[in-house]
Design a protein around this ligand. Structure first.
Ligand code: NAP
Length: 284
């Protein structure tokens, strides 16, 4: 019998804590704020930005949207970021990706002040994560750690296998699992005999982006399976990287899609923004 991890419930608890923190900051004269930049007309980006702004409102964070046209140049975007780096209303700055192809995303992310980098993508924050210093951690892997802790799933000494090595999920996830004292293996598209490796995983984290990629014969009995994927099945329905129906019976814990990692990613953005606001208060 497996436990379906309820990401929505864990996210709701974090959001309640965020609402309290926002209240406290306001009582001390600080209105927490998040600047959200969206460039162009990508419909998925619009949906994400709307939901982030809604989340902010729910917990009492001001959100300031900067919607720039599809033809925006890198220099124009950099100019806005410079401005926001010096804007006391913006404790956090988020640039919704992907940006249109003429934009140099690396330059953009690298210009965001590391102290306002609530997505945790700036190389300074990546370095802090890897060296164990305090900094902003990307929301998805940070949310997964929160979820494991909520369910008292101890990673210490466990074999943790991560499928995927992206900068936003796989790599920071590996650093966080190492911090939890797991023995970490990171797999990717060049990995040989993937199933042999995943069958050794006490905690398997799938961040591949391929519908139902992880099958039951890749799972160790009693494993914890975290599905990061946000894919579409043959009917266009949202699903994950894990073949949930067949994998779940082999697991001790498993996250569903939707209702697993996704809500946690959103909640962690709020938490990071409030940390940025609190840090601002303490250096003021
Ligand atoms: P990504 O940048 O495309 O990375 C995918 C990773 O999977 C790459 O490292 C790739 O290896 C690896 N991979 C691809 N095919 C493979 C194979 N056959 N065997 C083993 N590894 C393979 O994707 P991402 O941004 O990390 O996102 C992954 C998934 O998570 C997507 O579905 C995305 O939508 C979802 N996501 C969800 C959330 C959330 O909040 N729920 C947040 C972020 C992302 P190479 O490096 O060798 O190419």
């Amino acid at each position: 019998m497996y436990t379906k991890i309820d990401g929505k419930a864990v996210a709701a608890k974090i959001k309640d804590e965020c609402a309290l923190k926002a209240e406290e900051l306001k009582a001390r004269g600080k209105e927490p704020g998040l600047a959200v930049i969206i460039v162009g007309n990508n419909p998925a980006s619009r949906v994400y930005v709307n939901s982030k702004e809604r989340d902010c409102k729910e917990v009492g964070i001001n959100s300031y949207e900067y919607a720039l046209p599809e033809t925006t140049t890198t220099d124009e975007l950099l100019e806005l970021i410079e401005k926001l780096n010096n804007d006391v209303r913006a404790d956090g700055i988020l640039c919704q990706l992907p940006a249109p192809k003429q934009i140099d995303e690396k330059k953009v992310l690298n210009l965001i002040s590391p102290e306002k980098d609530v997505d945790g993508f700036h190389p300074v924050n990546v370095g802090r994560l890897v060296t164990g210093e305090k900094g902003f951690v990307p929301c998805t892997p940070a949310g997964i750690i929160e979820m494991l802790k909520y369910y008292s799933i101890d990673a210490d000494g466990k074999n943790s296998v991560i499928i995927g090595r992206s900068n936003i999920v796989g790599k920071p996830m590996a650093a966080l699992m190492l911090k939890e004292n797991a023995t970490v293996t990171v797999c990717h598209s060049h990995t040989k005999n993937l199933a042999d490796i995943t069958r050794n995983a006490d905690i398997l984290i799938a961040a591949v982006g391929k519908t139902k990629f992880v099958k039951a014969d890749m799972i160790k009995d009693g494993a914890v399976v975290i599905d990061v994927g946000m894919d579409r099945d043959e009917n266009g329905k949202l699903c994950g990287d894990v073949d949930f129906e067949n994998v779940a019976p082999k697991c001790s814990y498993i996250t569903p899609v939707p209702g697993g990692v996704g809500p946690m990613t959103r909640a962690m953005l709020l938490k990071n923004t409030l940390t940025a606001a609190k840090n601002f208060m303490s250096v003021k």
